[in-house]
Design a protein around this ligand. Structure first.
Ligand SMILES: [Zn+2]
Length: 87
């Protein structure tokens, strides 16, 4: 049995690694591999892209609130700093 830490080849019946002393009876820990990362990231990006287009689609159906308001320039002089307001 190969030690997962140092790679030393031990007897299959041994419970501890002869070289580093690691417990060989423990099951190896699960680590995500490249395939898992690709799958998870593709699902996350797919959800984000679909969510973006869905939100964009529904926001285009909502009437724009600010385009319909006409506020007199006398009330908002900071929006027109170069325009002289007639008294
Ligand atoms: Zn070892």
């Amino acid at each position: 049995m190969k030690c997962p830490d140092c790679g030393h080849d031990n007897k299959s019946s041994s419970k501890l690694c002869k070289k580093c002393g690691k417990d060989l009876t423990l099951p190896p820990a699960w680590f995500p591999d490249t395939k898992w990362h690709l799958k998870t990231l593709s699902v996350i990006y797919l959800i984000l892209i679909i969510g973006f287009f869905a939100a964009s689609h529904f926001l285009h159906k909502v009437p724009p609130p600010y385009d319909q308001r006409i506020i007199a320039p006398e009330m908002t002089p900071w929006l027109y700093p170069h325009k002289k307001v007639q008294p």
